[in-house]
Ligand binder design. Structure first.
Ligand code: C2E
Ligand code: CA
Ligand code: CA
Ligand code: CA
Length: 279
């Protein structure tokens, strides 16, 4: 991913022949952008499959770059992670998403809508993380059970023992925990059993193939069974068609996200239950 990333940054700076310098320019711009209010959070609805109602949203960061337009995370998140800028960026996204949940309540009445925020490996290893999460929730006045923290299987397994301690502390706050991109890392059942998580998010790559590929379908079915056997909620990512939705419903998958339901959208366009869309 690193080499791929460098190529991309270089491609956006045709005058530069050194990918390292392009990366430094990007990071400097990102720090400035964070300071100057260029970062945005879009929200992708997550649905209860059986009822078709919205259960929550996932916060996904974007960068309104002054000259390059709206940048997706693929353009800058790896650089932010490698440089440590992700600490400030992640803290900003967390605060923004938690405050937005409170704004939705004020607009539409208490909806119970859950807000999921992504945590990277470096954020998970940050000794200030738990205090920060507790502080953000307390200052905003959001009940901790409304916040879901999504952590990839790969991030969890990069330091499983450290992750276990942090997850236990987060759990003690009352926030919910989800294993993101499940099935793409090297999951150890030994650790999965110990991690105090609430949800498995089945990776989009398996969901995409499940209506045409028997292997992908078997993997999704196994993930749903595993989640339920462990008392966890099964969430499918990347649902793009009614066929995929129906197949997931038939497998007993609980919740789903994907372009079939909605792309990530700005806060005002989220269909909050009881709320008026677009005000
Ligand atoms: P992710 O956590 O797996 O998020 C899901 C990604 O899949 C999002 O891409 C979302 O827009 C996309 N997606 C959702 N439904 C569909 C679909 O039906 N089809 C397809 N093709 N794609 C779909 P996005 O927003 O570009 O984010 C990419 C990744 O960047 C995220 O993957 C996450 O790992 C990372 N990321 C985004 N925001 C943050 C953040 O605030 N903090 C951290 N640490 N990472 C973030
Ligand atoms: Ca995620
Ligand atoms: Ca994911
Ligand atoms: Ca992903």
């Amino acid at each position: 991913a690193k080499a791929q990333g460098s190529g991309r940054w270089e491609a956006h700076r045709p005058g530069s022949t050194d990918p390292g310098s392009a990366r430094l320019v990007l990071l400097e711009q990102l720090r400035a952008g964070l300071r100057d209010g260029e970062l945005r959070v879009h929200y992708q609805p997550r649905m209860h499959l059986a009822s078709g109602t919205i259960s929550g949203v996932e916060a996904l960061v974007r960068w309104q770059h002054p000259t390059r337009g709206l940048l997706q995370p693929a353009e800058f998140i790896d650089a932010a992670e490698e440089s440590g800028v992700i600490r400030d960026l992640g803290a900003w996204v967390l605060t923004e998403a938690v405050e937005q949940a409170v704004r939705w309540d004020a607009r539409s009445g208490p909806s119970g809508l859950q807000v999921a925020v992504n945590l990277s490996a470096r954020q998970l290893a940050d000794p200030d993380l738990v205090t920060r999460v507790a502080g953000v929730l307390a200052r905003a006045g959001l009940p901790s059970s409304r916040l879901v923290l999504e952590i990839t299987e790969t991030a969890l397994m990069s330091d499983p023992d450290g992750a276990l301690t942090t997850l236990q502390q987060l759990r003690a706050l009352g926030v919910l925990l989800a294993v993101d991109d499940f099935g793409t890392g090297y999951s150890s059942f030994t650790y999965l059993k110990q991690f105090p998580v609430d949800e498995l998010k089945i990776d989009r790559s398996f969901v995409t193939g499940m209506t045409t590929d028997a292997g992908d379908r078997a993997i999704v079915a196994s993930c749903v069974h595993l989640a339920h056997a462990m008392g966890l909620v099964a969430v499918a990512e990347g649902v793009e068609s009614p066929g995929e939705r129906d197949a997931l419903l038939a497998l007993g998958c609980d919740q789903a996200q994907g372009y079939f339901f909605s792309r990530p959208v700005p806060a005002d366009a989220v269909p909050v239950p009881g709320g008026v869309v677009g005000v």
